[in-house]
Write a protein that binds this ligand. Structure first.
Ligand code: NGQ
Ligand code: ZN
Length: 486
């Protein structure tokens, strides 16, 4: 059987197109995208412009329940109440001074985040992720890459089912209908040069061999629900070179095309420590020591020199930009124009979920560039003068590549993942389709202009709400309350 939707305006890979008939099969794959079509009498019609669904290329689901809880200055000792977690590992003491004590930083945030993660169990994880994924769908994301690093129980021992927390995420994805790429994380050290893990990291630690066994365990579950399985070496500071090489070889034996994601060069301290350890900057080290190619997603890659921008872009890897988290954590500013000048692929992720909104990531990305360069419309391209249009199309491409799934936009062979904008929203009413998308990204003032969201040809969000909205909210709030009380 085939299914159809008629769109008066649709954003195809080549740009805005009039009178488009989308046709897909029972498997949810687009079989035809016909421009300049007549509306068939029996076809349903979209009530607003249709844009491709955005793949979210970086998420730590559990952090959704922690978002908003560190937006005040606090001394780590007082805030954690746990001496073993409050003492940052060697070299991680914030050095800037601020009124009332040391300045908060990425590292002090991380101490608090670890403390929050210490209490998390599979049921919390499932409840948090179910609401998060419903929320992502409502906000225009149609798939997500989960960078999943909490593996063990609260004492740091493997669960009876070693894959318990990953399975909780798979169930949440299944229930909400979001497309899924699961990236179990390899984490072994607390810093460059084999520094032993800290107490706060005990739930993350696995041998390379046990990671490969976990991947083998999870592969059939992922295949059964159309999810993709990859691997995420957490960062160069968490995975020593031998383990990195062994894990990549093991991954290849399971699936030679599986995606590989890594956090890299997010903080200047990480760059300095890497140079001290190896004489090379993190991105330089990685390009020299691993076969980085289009399977890779370099998450953040905030701090690169000119040569790193050039060679990393040319490697074919996707830059995994997480603009609202990078702003929230004070990471620094990625040079988007430079990356693009070398033809670099890129996409967006919501990472710590300080914001869960595809449009807002594009807004933050563009604004960071405007502030840094004192220019406007930095994200426009030769082919697409409208910034929101250009950024949407590129982020969908890069996000699909990083997800290793056929979710690259409105074209035959891709999954039928799309978003119908709300043409009746006050910010959009009466505008042309490209201006409606601009208004959605730049002028909807934290209200939603998303009307309907379809994943693999199935409507998951209607009138701005996910089918599970109410029950998912209650379970999420209950889980967060328990986590904060326990
Ligand atoms: C994470 N988040 O794995 O959740 C990290 C913090 C780390 C970001 N990098 C932990 N944004 O990098 O060590
Ligand atoms: Zn991350």
């Amino acid at each position: 059987m085939t299914h159809t939707l008629f769109a008066a305006d649709a954003l195809l890979p080549e740009g805005w197109t009039r009178n488009v008939l989308l046709t897909w099969n029972d498997a949810g794959q687009l079989t035809q995208v016909q421009a300049g079509a007549q509306r068939p009498a029996d076809a349903q019609a979209a009530q607003g412009p249709v844009i491709p669904g955005m793949p979210n290329l970086h998420s730590h689901a559990f952090q959704r329940a922690f978002a908003g809880l560190t937006e005040h200055r606090a001394e780590p000792e007082k805030a954690t109440g746990r001496p073993e977690l409050s003492r940052p590992p060697r070299g991680e003491v914030p050095t800037l001074s601020a009124p009332g004590g040391v300045a908060d930083s990425f590292w002090s945030w991380r101490t608090l985040m670890y403390r929050f993660a210490a209490r998390l169990g599979p049921q919390h994880m499932e409840a948090i992720a179910t609401w998060l994924y419903a929320e992502m769908l409502e906000a225009g994301y149609t798939s997500v890459c989960e960078f999943q690093y909490v593996h063990h129980d609260t004492d740091g021992r493997p669960y009876t089912d070693d894959a318990a927390l990953s399975r909780a995420l798979l169930r949440a994805a299944q229930a909400t209908g979001i497309g899924f790429t699961l990236l179990p994380v390899l984490y072994q050290t607390s810093g460059f040069g084999d520094q032993p893990p800290t107490e706060g990291q005990r739930r993350f630690i696995r041998s390379t061999e046990s990671m490969l066994r976990l991947l083998e365990t999870l592969k059939p579950d992922c295949d059964a629900q159309g999810a993709r399985l990859g691997l995420a070496p957490h960062s160069l500071r968490a995975v020593p070179p031998d383990a990195l090489h062994e894990a990549l070889a093991g991954l290849d034996a399971i699936d030679r095309t599986a995606p590989v994601h890594i956090h890299i060069a997010e903080q200047t301290k990480e760059v300095d420590d890497c140079v001290e350890w190896s004489g090379l900057r993190p991105v330089e080290w990685l390009l020299d020591h691993a076969r980085v190619d289009a399977r890779w997603c370099l998450v953040h890659a905030t701090h690169m020199n000119d040569a790193e921008y050039e060679y990393a872009a040319r490697s074919g890897a996707v830059a995994g930009l997480c603009p609202t988290t990078e702003a929230n954590l004070g990471d620094g500013i990625f040079d988007f124009a430079k990356w693009r000048s070398h033809g670099g692929a890129w996409g967006v992720g919501s990472d710590s979920h300080a914001s869960v909104n595809a449009a807002e990531e594009l807004l933050m990305l563009e604004y960071s560039q405007r502030l840094a360069k004192r220019q406007r419309n930095v994200g426009a391209s030769a082919a697409q003068p409208h910034v929101a249009t250009a950024l949407t199309l590129e982020a969908v491409q890069g996000g699909a590549q990083a997800s290793a799934r056929a979710v690259g936009g409105l074209a035959a062979g891709q999954q039928a993942d799309f978003v119908v904008l709300d043409a009746a929203h006050v910010a959009l009413q009466g505008l042309s389709a490209p201006d409606m998308l601009s208004a959605h990204v730049f002028a909807s003032h934290r209200t939603s202009a998303v009307d309907a969201v379809w994943v693999a040809g199935r409507a998951r969000v209607a009138a701005g709400r996910h089918v599970l909205h109410d029950e998912a909210v209650s379970a999420f709030v209950a889980a967060r309350t328990r986590l904060l009380q326990d």
